[in-house]
Design a protein around this ligand. Structure first.
Ligand code: ZN
Length: 98
């Protein structure tokens, strides 16, 4: 799993593990599953990956304690919508990049 940490002044919506909201929610996780909506997730143009990878966000506390994700971002991060992680079954990322 790739982890990208963002600056704190972005409002990413509720944490995907504990649903807390606020400035402590500032870590983006790039998951190795395909997002609900193609084109709204992470990708890697250099590796020929479309932006279809699912994204989750975590608060500082959950990142530290390793809390398990239960939700993922649905649509663009800015929409702040969440859906259950278990809905995502299609793999994405590593396999396609090779
Ligand atoms: Zn949390």
């Amino acid at each position: 799993m790739h982890i990208r940490r963002l600056d704190a002044d972005l409002d990413l919506g509720p944490c995907c593990a504990c649903s807390r909201e606020g400035s402590e929610v500032r870590t983006l996780l790039m998951l190795d599953r395909k997002a609900h909506i193609p084109g709204t997730g992470w990708g890697n143009a250099a590796a020929g990956l479309p932006a279809d990878g699912a994204i989750a966000v975590l608060c500082d506390n959950c990142l530290e304690t390793g809390s398990e994700l239960t939700q993922v971002v649905y649509g663009f991060v800015a929409s702040k919508e969440r859906r259950p992680l278990e809905e995502l079954t299609e793999p994405f990322g590593v396999a396609e990049a090779q």
